[in-house]
Design a protein around this ligand. Structure first.
Ligand SMILES: Cc1cc2nc3c(=O)[nH]c(=O)nc-3n(C[C@H](O)[C@H](O)[C@H](O)COP(=O)(O)OP(=O)(O)OC[C@H]3O[C@@H](n4cnc5c(N)ncnc54)[C@H](O)[C@@H]3O)c2cc1C
Ligand code: FES
Ligand code: FES
Length: 1312
């Protein structure tokens, strides 16, 4: 049955949350047991908790009820940092007073609180008495901006700005936590939990590090005046004293109408009284920080929530001579502070190692809330969880103090505790023994896919007790991430006893036994058993290498004992400007930088709506290849708050979110029959809250008829090619060479064949797919995060059988697009519009991360099969390249015939007859693949660069020389490349690397080069309007492009100011909409900014023409405008840019990447990257440098860490969360990151004002990193005694790929 409950019925049954919510000033007298009091940005709130859901988060409250929108959200699981706010205790005021270092302090406060927390995990019911500070509270236009906001904006630290409030608040929290005294390395270490997809982090880190006491970073003049950091005491509204971060006021218990119960005990006795209410069938939770929800979702059936924050006993610690007792619910941050101070006591030196390990757990805000017991209980509930606290505690033989009832306290080992099956068991404390350093050796390890904020592939901790003779008395050798039932390598622990751990014989026996002992399970998406086994052995080997004396280890092996040491990162940015065209080419601050950093910049989900707004969630079909028979939503419709459910049958017009008249194949808004991919939306649930919609969506039942017997599920390119002979019906030849055979241009000496594979990439915009649809008079007002208003307007109108005039869109800005908001967001837009239209009330649809990753197509994965014929000097005389790109289930947005083909020869010279290129689309059972930053070009350039590298390898020539041998002498690259090699000391550094590699067995280095010739092709049209106000001469521009972080609006303003001859401060760029931007082309293909600038210049020239007759010599701009107005001259003009107005051009670029690889773990450091890009006369150099850095780092993520895994049996995407999909973080970027923008001669008429695009091309240069890794690996393999052989590295080349290809055997693990 497909159903919808009548709207009135639902409405009458239950008033909306908003209707019942009361926010009152603290002085109001309300039933104290039902309400909670806190302040947000100094404003006191008293909230009647019983009016709100029992598990409402602080994020939902702040955004939807307090209507403070500076704080964003994306993942809702602690993995992105968009929602950071501060819970402040305020101790003293800090001032910034020097250009270089920055901070002076007026007192030396104690560290008492952990201020930065994630709103998406913090439950409102644990916020009593807290002082909450959000980004708009820190600084804003009215009260003035905060120094952190100012520096981030002025130091070019924002692009789309969606992540910026999170970064600001994380920094603010860090400063608060450390009393304003932070070092550069503490700052650089603190942003592991904040993802920025746009900037590449370098400018953000610079801005933040400039506040450090040891800062050497130059800050702009305007930021160096004495600035008050505002870390002021904000006292508790209740006590009048500094907030202690935990306080439960006078409440002790709250029973909700629906039976939910909350308790706020302040003693153990009260805690057990609360537990007495828990019936056998009831689910309950002892609430620590509620962060485990970010890993394993909390059960929706929890009836009893017991807040532990008020139970003082759980937060105490005590150190004695032989033990340290840590209260169970100390936060991980508090624990780290205690560890650091206690490590100075004899016997506790090892706590420094534990500190370092916990520093790698999650991220700062999670550690500020998450507790020790919460972590250990997560391990108890989910034995497969690779807990770092558990593995460390287990090796250290930490004892657990736990209570089954108030008088029944027990001390037991962790192992016993985990095995205990009693449901009610309160952990009170953990006891850490002293381990005197002359008798014990302790170390621990955590190996992850990126530097921070990732769970371990494998973690390990080793404790050896030695006798007076340095022989092992006892050993604890523990590994995590192997199997739920495997922790101790018991056989090794026994084997070691009585021996020196470094005895050659023992070492040999240890590793031959260990390899057989470690048998990891095979569960996707975890890394392969082979990798985890090798890694585990490698970690024990590392431990031995580190702790053996120099005499016991040969020099070449010794460096294997250390983990890679990452120094502080830094960058260099070089560009030229031309004063004659200022503000064009001037390095100006981004127009909206300041309001992005304060959170005042609005994104689509920040549009405020009336209180009857409803929320949406897709219901996904799961049986791929089958046909939907029936959809039964009856149970979902009974779920509290559910308003409606719609399917394909409810769509009055066409059921497609891609417009055929725009050249697309139709793609259904709601699946009406055949299921194309897992989680394909089959309907939408509409409810009073987003949480209710999410929960109800899971209750919808879909029945299917069976797939036909010849349907074989193949959700990815790898599945299609796994059989060797792919199903021909899945291969579509889209760009086939007309050549039958290639004709060699000379007689070849060598043939080089190979296969090169690149995976999918998810865009990972920080702003989710979002649409707010509001019925207005006889139409709809749509606020949609779209890169293409024209198409979004069109599909909504067609789906609803409305006229385009009645569907008006407005787009202020996007929080990142990278291609995924060109058409993919239309599915959300159509569903929201349908609901708004049917229900006649505002609808807000923010797609969840899982749903976006499940439903939105990704970058086209690509497989290149090549056959190359070369002379021994490296000159290619013939090349065939058959490439296959993963289309998903249809070929919409295909780069095969476009940029993949256009870029596949890159900079190299071929004739018409010696290069045969054939491109195919491959149909898979996955969402239709889509444009993703530099679509097709990343693949095209990488295919060719890989061939060059492979050729160089086979003929044993330097890859730079092979490039030069194939670049046309007429090409600009023929001169740029040798200069680049010289200025970047390519040959000298290569030699140094060879010397390093020859003397280091386990740490290898490599240097990788890439060159690029990126074609820019102008298409489409972009209208714009410029209005001059006679009142004061200020100017507003609107246009059909979309500002999404690429700095379009700043460039537009610069061009308008230059053309009109006025100061930049006169110009404002307003929202894009479907009135002034009607019929606009998609903003993409890297041409949007230039095209819109072109239109704006044309308009400004028209206005100049109109002003000319009234312009008097030496008259001011304002006077001229006023004179024109007096004569009724039209001060508003519109025009547009169209195809043909500007000529196409190419962008040249080069990159040189130097890497270091730990052969025993597969982890890497990017030691240095040099990028040189031809940006023409950059319109706005800071923006273009930012685009180059950001695009390159997004490319690095593609090549190194972003792994998408589909399950072959059901087509499910297994990596659809921040928990398992890993774009690079702040400590993964190049340590030394140098970017130079150069200007090269261009054909006249090409581009706009001599500028060139920067948003996409640098993404194509990141492939250099895998060539550097190839070199490092080859050295490792040579040492392993393997024959020389080219390795098929592709995207992504993860630590697993590297270790597996390094070629060593465990038997090789010797100390000498
Ligand atoms: C983004 C992210 C990344 C992470 N990365 C890592 C990582 O790399 N390594 C790692 O080890 N962990 C990681 N974690 C897990 C993190 O350490 C835990 O979420 C945290 O420690 C849980 O503590 P909590 O207080 O928030 O627990 P809660 O979520 O509040 O509670 C979790 C469970 O513990 C129970 N509980 C809490 N206190 C007690 C008590 N005193 N007695 C009995 N039961 C109790 C609760 O009933 C509940 O069942 C990560 C978490 C997130 C969100
Ligand atoms: S939304 Fe809270 S961390 Fe991502
Ligand atoms: S500026 Fe950081 S995500 Fe866009």
């Amino acid at each position: 049955m497909v159903g919808q409950r009548p709207y009135n019925e639902v409405l009458n049954q239950k008033p909306s949350v908003e209707q019942r919510l009361s926010l009152q000033l603290v002085n109001n007298t309300r039933n104290i047991t039902m309400s909670t009091t806190f302040t947000i940005n100094g404003q006191p709130y008293t909230v009647d908790l019983s009016d709100l859901p029992p598990d409402i988060t602080l994020n939902t409250f702040i955004r939807e009820h307090a209507q403070l929108t500076a704080t964003k959200f994306m993942c809702l699981e602690g993995g992105c940092g968009a929602c950071v706010c501060a819970v402040s205790d305020g101790q003293s005021t800090w001032t910034v007073n020097s250009v270089r270092s920055g901070i002076s302090r007026s007192s030396a406060p104690e560290l008492t609180t952990s201020p930065a927390v994630l709103q998406c995990l913090k439950l409102l019911n644990t916020c009593a008495q807290l002082e909450i500070v959000t980004c708009e509270g820190l600084g804003n236009q009215q009260s003035g901006y905060h120094p952190i906001q100012k520096r981030l904006a002025k130091m070019n630290g924002t692009q789309c700005g969606y992540c910026s409030p999170g970064f600001v608040m994380n920094m603010y929290g860090l400063m608060e936590q450390h009393g304003g005294r932070v070092t550069m390395s503490e700052v650089e270490n603190a942003f592991g939990g904040n993802i920025c997809r746009c900037t590449g982090y370098r400018p953000i880190l610079d801005a933040m590090k400039s506040f450090a006491v040891d800062s050497n970073i130059l800050v702009p003049k305007e930021c160096v005046d004495i600035e008050d950091l505002g870390l002021k005491a904000r006292n508790c509204p209740k006590t009048g004293r500094a907030c202690q971060g935990r306080c439960n006021g006078q409440r002790s218990k709250l029973i909700y109408d629906d039976g939910h119960q909350w308790y706020w005990p302040s003693t153990m006795a009260e805690l057990f009284e609360a537990l007495d209410n828990v019936e056998d069938s009831d689910e309950f939770m002892l609430v620590g920080g509620n962060t485990a929800h970010g890993v394993y979702r909390r059960s929706p059936d929890i009836k009893h929530f017991i807040d532990l924050s008020g139970v003082e006993e759980l937060h105490q610690h005590r150190s004695e001579r032989d033990k340290l007792i840590l209260g169970a619910n100390l936060s991980l941050t508090e624990t780290m502070e205690i560890l650091r101070s206690t490590s100075k006591q004899p016997g506790f030196e090892y706590l420094e190692v534990l500190w370092n390990h916990i520093d790698l757990v999650a991220n700062v805000p999670v550690r500020n809330s998450g507790t020790l017991a919460g972590n250990i209980l997560t391990k108890k509930q989910h034995p497969e969880f690779p807990s770092d606290i558990f593995i460390s505690f287990e090796a250290l033989d930490v004892q657990v103090m736990a209570l089954k009832s108030i008088g029944d306290e027990r001390e037991m080992s962790l192992e016993q505790f985990l095995k205990d099956s009693d449901r009610i068991f309160v952990v009170k404390a953990f006891i850490l023994p002293a381990y005197p350093k002359d008798k014990y050796i302790y170390d621990s390890y955590k190996i992850m896919p990126r530097a921070q904020n990732a769970h371990a592939y494998v973690n390990a901790a080793f404790l050896l007790e030695l006798d007076f003779d340095s022989k092992v008395e006892a050993a604890r050798i523990c590994f995590g991430g192997i199997r739920p039932d495997f922790v101790h390598a018991s056989a090794i622990e026994e084997l070691m006893v009585g021996h020196s751990p470094f005895e050659p014989n023992l070492v040999q026996q240890t590793f031959s036994k260990l390899e057989n002992l470690i048998k990891p399970d095979e569960i996707l998406p975890d890394a392969s058993p082979a990798y985890r086994s090798m890694l585990a052995c490698g970690l024990l080997y590392k431990f031995l290498l580190k702790h053996a004396s120099m005499a016991e280890v040969s020099a070449k092996l010794k460096s294997g004992g250390e983990l890679l040491q990452r120094p502080l990162s830094s960058g260099l940015q070089l560009f030229q400007t031309q004063k004659s065209t200022y503000p064009v080419t001037q390095a100006v601050q981004k127009l909206e930088g300041m309001i992005q950093c304060s959170g005042e910049a609005t994104y689509m989900n920040d549009v405020l709506t009336t209180s009857n707004t409803v929320y949406c969630c897709f219901v996904g079909a799961t049986k791929v290849g089958a046909t939907i028979d029936q959809i039964d939503a009856s149970e979902a419709l009974q779920h509290p708050g559910v308003v409606a459910f719609y399917t394909a049958k409810d769509i009055p017009g066409t059921n497609t979110f891609c417009e055929p008249s725009f050249g697309y194949d139709a793609e259904e808004i709601f699946c009406s029959g055949f299921v194309r991919h897992s989680e394909q939306p089959a309907g939408v649930i509409v409810a009073l809250t987003a949480d209710q919609a999410q929960r109800a969506a899971k209750l919808v039942k879909i029945s299917y008829s069976n797939p036909s017997s010849d349907f074989k599920l193949q959700p990815s390119l790898r599945h299609v090619f796994s059989s060797g002979t792919p199903d021909p019906s899945r291969i579509l030849p889209l760009a086939i060479s007309k050549l039958q055979e290639i004709t060699f241009s000379d007689k070849p000496d060598v043939e080089v064949r190979g296969i090169f594979e690149m995976g999918l990439q998810y865009h990972f915009t920080m702003e989710p797919q979002t649409t707010v649809a509001i019925p207005f008079e006889d139409g709809l007002r749509i606020y949609s995060a779209t890169q293409w208003m024209d198409q979004t307007q069109s599909v909504i109108a067609h789906a609803l059988q409305m006229k385009a005039k009645d569907v008006q869109l407005q787009v202020r800005r996007l929080g990142g697009g990278y291609g995924c908001k060109i058409s993919r967001g239309n599915q959300v837009a159509c569903a929201a519009s349908l609901a708004a239209n049917k229900l006649n009330r505002p609808v807000r649809f923010v797609q969840s991360l899982e749903s976006m990753m499940d439903c939105n197509g990704k970058r086209w994965a690509c497989r290149s099969e090549y056959q190359c014929h070369v002379k021994s000097n490296g000159r290619i005389v013939g090349l065939s390249n058959d490439f296959f790109e993963d289309a998903g289930w249809n070929t919409n947005e295909s780069p095969v015939q476009g940029h993949s083909t256009f870029t596949a020869a890159n900079c190299y010279e071929f004739t018409d007859s010696n290069f045969k290129l054939s491109g195919h689309a491959v149909l898979t059972d996955a969402p239709s693949s889509t444009w993703c930053r530099a679509p097709g070009s990343v693949e095209g350039i990488a295919m060719m660069e890989n061939i060059i590298e492979h050729v160089a390898f086979e003929i044993q020539k330097d890859p730079a020389e092979v490039r030069l041998a194939n670049i046309s002498k007429k090409s600009k690259m023929a001169t740029v490349l040798p200069d680049f090699l010289k200025s970047r000391e390519y040959y000298g550094r290569k030699k140094e690397i060879e010397t390093h590699n020859a003397s280091n067995r386990w740490i290898k280095r490599g240097l990788g080069l890439s060159v690029m010739n990126f074609p820019v092709i102008y298409i489409g049209q972009f209208p714009a309007t410029v209005a001059i106000y006679h009142v004061d001469g200020t100017v507003v521009v609107t246009h059909g492009g979309i500002e999404m972080g690429q700095g379009m609006n700043t460039k537009v303003a610069q061009v308008a100011a230059y053309t009109l001859g006025i100061d930049l401060s006169y110009i404002k760029v307003e929202s894009s909409d479907t009135l002034n931007g009607a019929n606009s082309m998609v903003t993409g293909y890297a041409i949007g900014s230039e095209s819109v600038c072109y239109a704006v210049r044309k308009i400004c020239e028209t206005l100049n023409g109109r002003l000319k007759p009234v312009k008097k010599a030496r008259a001011s701009w304002v006077d001229t405008v006023e004179a024109a107005h007096a004569q009724s001259i039209n001060l508003v003009a519109s025009d547009h840019y169209k195809t043909g107005d500007m000529q196409n051009y190419h962008v040249l670029g080069l990159a040189l990447s130097e890497v270091e690889m730990d052969v025993l773990t597969g982890n890497i450091l990017i030691r240095r990257v040099d990028i040189l890009e031809d940006a023409g006369d950059s319109l706005s150099p800071w923006i273009d440098v930012g685009q180059v850095e950001g695009a390159f780092v997004m490319g690095l993520g593609y090549w190194l860490s972003e792994l998408l895994i589909y399950e072959g049996d059901n087509g499910r995407l297994l990596t659809n969360r921040t928990w398992n999909y890993k774009p690079l973080g702040a400590k993964d970027i190049p340590i030394d990151f140098r970017v130079e923008l150069v200007h090269s001669q261009r054909p006249s008429g090409a581009g706009f004002m001599g500028s060139k695009t920067t948003g996409e091309p640098p993404c194509c240069l990141a492939v250099s990193v895998i060539f550097a890794l190839q070199q490092a690996l080859q050295s490792a393999r040579q040492d392993a005694g393997l024959t020389r052989e080219w390795l098929r590295l592709g995207a992504p080349t993860t630590p697993e790929t590297l270790l597996i290809n390094a070629g060593h055997q465990v038997a090789e693990f010797k100390l000498k």
